[in-house]
Design a protein around this ligand. Sequence first.
Ligand code: MG
Length: 365
Amino acid sequence: MKITNVRLGRISVPLRTPFKTALRSVSSAEDVIVEIHTDCGAVGYGEAPPTGAITGDTTGAILGAIQDHIAKTILGRDVDEFEPLLQSVQKCIVGNSSAKAAVDMALWDLYGQLYKLPVYKLLGGGRKQIVTDITISVNDPDTMAADARKAVARGYDCLKMKVGVNPELDVARLAAVRDAVGKDIVIRIDANQAWTPKQAVKLLNRMQEQGLDIELVEQPVAAHDFAGLKYVTERSYVPVLADEAVFSPENAMTILQMGAADLINIKLMKCGGIYNALKIASAAQVFGVECMIGCMLEAKISVNAAVHLACAKNIITRVDLDGPVLCSEDPILGGAVFDEKHITVSDAPGLGIRGIDPAYLTYLS
Ligand code: MG
């Protein structure tokens, strides 16, 4: 199975409601699509969202990294020389984790098709179904309480509340949400780097003292501030999950060795794909640190790749793969079935993607 062509395109998928965090506000998912074609007719699919505020990757940067560097490295090569191919993707350009993730997952897709196994089985996995939380955008307390109530009515029993815009409102936001949904719903929060370490400890401990029962907090402090993250982890009643602090297996090792976080969030777009995500999961397992698997605002191709990984690795105990259910339409054919909180992996070979509705797709090459 030789690689004959790397085609690039863009898809645009509208969201049900605008997505608002401490870092950004957007109303549609605008992703780069990668198709890797082969001499036997098999096509591998990948996807990358431009999340400049988090990864630094813009649409132009993703397209340029693939066209000018990654595609040139893999064209003409055999998918069966799999690990060297994956390593070439990581080594041919620095940074550009989203572009690398899109190509990496398309290669896993092809490798699974070559050996006629779904990727989660290739990874040794057994789980067929996982349960995701759903993200509630940061807004005023009443709006967040209303949005939380709607999510519970849709069947979600774990809510991820975005906080950190006007931090003085954060305790009131959580109080309103807890009051609206009752005590049986799991509430986790994501500050997206918005707090200082001391502010984080103060706010988190105030939330717990008020009985708001927060399961975990994602990335309370700046991504680069590992010492600040450790400061919060040691002093907060709420378990701390490192998200924007972990872009690579090396970052994960540093956090693990420092004891700077209680949990680690794996995202394919941060670490450059499944190949590196496996290293993070293994390192975390060695340290006995459980992982969450998350996504950016992504449509189904790339989130589907994360589903395969989540189904294969027991150390991934928390799932935040709500990209597809935040979209109002689904232009992707095949892959995992997203039925609100329930996600069922596909048993088709590779990643199980059959194609993209042409109405949503514009080819660029
Ligand atoms: Mg996060």
